[in-house]
Design a binder for this molecule. Structure first.
Ligand code: NAD
Ligand code: UFG
Length: 342
């Protein structure tokens, strides 16, 4: 199939492009490079030995979307493009609602016009907000608490309504837990702008000496060591999940939500300890106040994805840290500074 991947040069998108190409699909990417580098797709070509057609542009540019759908026989869309920083979304809600929601509306409108009704959407475990119990299963009521999370929840609802209006739509809503790690080649990985917000990129930059010490946000949560617990999932496992979801949307109409997580929760200090084993030296850290808005524990019930998509995460925490570290070591300053070595 010819798959349009929006946001395909980003962290999860680039890993998914590899799995799509390896599975024999043709891949067309649209990305405005607002949070990624064109080098990522050069690396994808290098890893797979296959071509990716790239449109450098914005999802908000309807004319460009029309061009893409008229120039290419697109069979299905995997929709990653979006802004994703929770803190920034609180400060700049209009930017997030406009980019994420208007972008999705335009995309779906053009898909409808060109008779393409199959879409796999990047949602997030953040749509669950704070729930009373874990593991989190797909039937729980959604209660996102920040503008970023609300864009995901609203887009899920918009896609539900599209499907009610036109039963030809076939939609997978993939609720990712905490994607970490990198492709085993060390050629592609997560390349955050500025100081990382997320735990694993922060740790890798401390380990490489780029940052001084990790700040652990709180150690008084009701967890086994007091630090926050999350369901970390290897980005390559996540990428495989998109292949399975794609196969499913081709076969089944309607809207289906799936958790993509391992079902296992690790604390911040568990992750620090796994990383220390990988690099063979201590990660300096200090305990600081909890981060506003953080929840104590989040991990998935991944059984629906296992039963309906025949998908299950296979890579453990050690492998996630090992692969994240290989990427960091090989590309200490991310993509842009490594252009000569591509
Ligand atoms: P990313 O920022 O690396 O990738 C997103 C890509 O979309 C970037 O390359 C960016 O340049 C592009 N983009 C953004 N707005 C665009 C627009 N208007 N037009 C064209 N391109 C645009 O992020 P990621 O970690 O790969 O996340 C991919 C998706 O998964 C996002 O929708 C994100 O919200 C979602 N998600 C990510 C996580 C996570 O922790 N990484 C967790 C849950 C959900
Ligand atoms: N943490 C620290 N220090 C840091 C960074 C994080 O102690 O410097 C802790 C957090 O308090 C939390 C855990 O590490 O307990 C994980 O934090 P992340 O920021 O890596 O991830 P979150 O679970 O907060 O959020 C991530 C994405 C969201 C997404 C969510 C669910 O950032 O966009 O996973 O998928 F919605």
């Amino acid at each position: 199939m010819n798959i349009l991947v929006t946001g395909g040069s980003g962290y999860i998108g680039s890993h998914t492009c590899i799995e799509l190409l390896n599975a024999g699909h043709t891949v067309t990417v649209i990305d405005n490079l607002s949070n990624s580098s064109h080098v990522a797709l050069q690396r994808v070509r290098k890893i797979t030995g296959k071509e990716v057609k790239f449109y450098h542009g914005d999802l908000l540019n309807r004319q460009l979307l029309e061009t893409i759908f008229s120039q290419n026989q697109i069979d299905a869309v995997i929709h990653f493009a979006g802004l994703k920083a929770v803190g920034e979304s609180v400060a700049k809600p209009f930017l997030y609602y406009h980019n994420n929601i208007t972008g999705t509306l335009l995309l779906c409108d053009v898909m409808e016009k060109y008779g393409v009704h199959q879409i796999v959407f990047s949602s997030s475990a953040t749509v669950y907000g704070a729930q009373k119990t874990v593991p989190l299963s797909e039937e729980l009521p959604l209660q996102a608490t920040n503008p970023y999370g609300k864009t995901k929840q609203m887009i899920e609802e918009i896609l539900q309504d599209l499907s009610i209006a036109n039963p030809k739509w076939s939609i997978a809503l993939l609720r990712y837990f905490n994607p970490v790690g990198a492709h085993e080649s060390g050629l592609i990985g997560e390349d955050p702008n500025g100081i990382p917000n997320n735990l694993v990129p922060f740790i890798t930059q401390v380990a490489s000496g780029r940052l001084q010490e990790l700040k652990v946000f709180g150690n008084q949560y009701k967890t086994h060591d007091g630090t926050g617990v999350r369901d970390y999932i290897h980005v390559v496992d996540l990428a495989y999940g998109h292949l399975r979801a794609l196969e499913s949307v081709v076969q089944n109409n309607g809207v289906h939500a799936y958790n993509l997580g391992t079902g296992i929760g690790y604390s911040v200090l568990d992750v620090v300890s796994a990383f220390e084993q990988v690099i063979g030296k201590p990660i300096p850290y200090k305990i600081v106040d909890p981060r506003p808005g953080d929840i104590a524990v989040s991990y998935a019930d991944p059984s629906k994805a296992k039963e309906e998509l025949n998908w299950k995460a296979t890579k453990g925490l050690y492998e996630m840290c090992e692969d994240a570290w290989r990427w960091q070591k090989t590309n200490p300053l991310g993509y842009e500074k490594e252009i000569q070595s591509v």
